[in-house]
Design a protein around this ligand. Structure first.
Ligand SMILES: NC(=O)c1ccc[n+]([C@@H]2O[C@H](COP(=O)([O-])OP(=O)(O)OC[C@H]3O[C@@H](n4cnc5c(N)ncnc54)[C@H](OP(=O)(O)O)[C@@H]3O)[C@@H](O)[C@H]2O)c1
Length: 241
């Protein structure tokens, strides 16, 4: 079977960067997008023989998304899998709207613009695989980062809607919702429990894509935390968290 053509949005650092490295190391045609292009150029230079494309994209500049994606996909001659890793999270216990607004812009407005364009692309193509890094955070609200947790809940729900649409259209468009717990990337400075490296996370994401999973927890044992978050009574959740 030929290698899939992979497009990764948010490939300049963290899990997206580690996943791009994994795809390039396996010889997959890989398109990489983010605001900072230098880290992606440095990565691609290590795999000069592997087809790739690099483009600058700010998902908050929603009007630019169609043109940038179209031209990047044309450079690598197609897209079978799109992995959306672009995201922004910040604790904001003081409820500063300027901080909340940044997360709403990236994780909701920019996210939705990308999802809609990609879903239409896959509809026209008649198939495709859409993968998004959401978070365990999307399962229940939290006082430390209200907009972040809420934006991840939005993403989870949006992906459920797209999966439903694909099913009703009877099209082989797969939707994979990747829900990490703690991953050792820049926004997560400091050790946390059950934290894994970006490389370990990328390996799990890669496997989940291959298996066409609907939902994958990263690492898999985070499904137990997810279950506890879903079933804990409010009085207990509010006391512990
Ligand atoms: N680390 C964790 O523990 C954890 C846990 C659960 C979920 N997540 C989620 O995983 C995703 C990836 O995060 P990460 O931990 O790997 O952190 P990261 O290193 O900060 O990666 C975020 C990526 O998104 C890109 N990005 C951010 N804003 C963007 C924008 N407006 N337009 C285009 N690209 C943008 C960044 O590139 P540029 O800055 O170059 O644009 C970067 O490549 C996020 O959605 C995050 O919420 C992380």
């Amino acid at each position: 079977m030929p290698h899939p053509h992979v497009v990764i949005i948010g490939a300049s650092s963290g899990m997206g960067h580690a996943l791009a490295r994994l795809c390039l190391s396996k010889g997959y045609s890989t398109a990489m997008l983010a605001r900072r292009t230098a880290p992606m150029h440095a990565l691609a230079a290590q795999y000069p023989d592997v087809p790739h494309a690099i483009a600058q994209l700010d998902v908050c500049q929603t009007a630019t998304i169609p043109e940038v994606l179209q031209s990047t996909i044309a450079q690598v001659k197609g897209m079978d899998v799109l992995v959306h890793c672009a995201g922004y999270g910040w604790v904001n216990p003081q409820l500063d709207f300027a901080i909340e607004e940044g997360m709403i812009d990236t994780n909701i407005r920019g996210f939705t613009a990308v999802m809609d364009w990609v879903f239409h692309y896959f509809q026209q193509q008649g198939k495709g695989h859409l993968v998004v890094i959401t978070s365990v955070a999307g399962l229940r609200g939290d006082r430390h980062a209200p907009a972040y947790f809420a934006s991840k809940a939005y993403q989870i729900s949006y992906l459920q809607a797209l999966r439903h649409k694909a099913h009703k259209a009877d099209l082989p468009i797969y939707i994979t919702d990747i829900r990490p717990g703690f991953v050792d990337t820049k926004p997560m400075e400091g050790r946390r429990f059950w934290m894994c490296s970006a490389e370990t996370a990328a390996a799990h994401i890669f496997k989940a894509i291959h298996q066409h999973k609907r939902v994958a927890y990263i690492t898999p044992r985070w499904r137990w935390v997810a279950l506890a978050m879903r079933i804990a009574p409010s009085w207990l959740y509010e006391k512990v968290m």
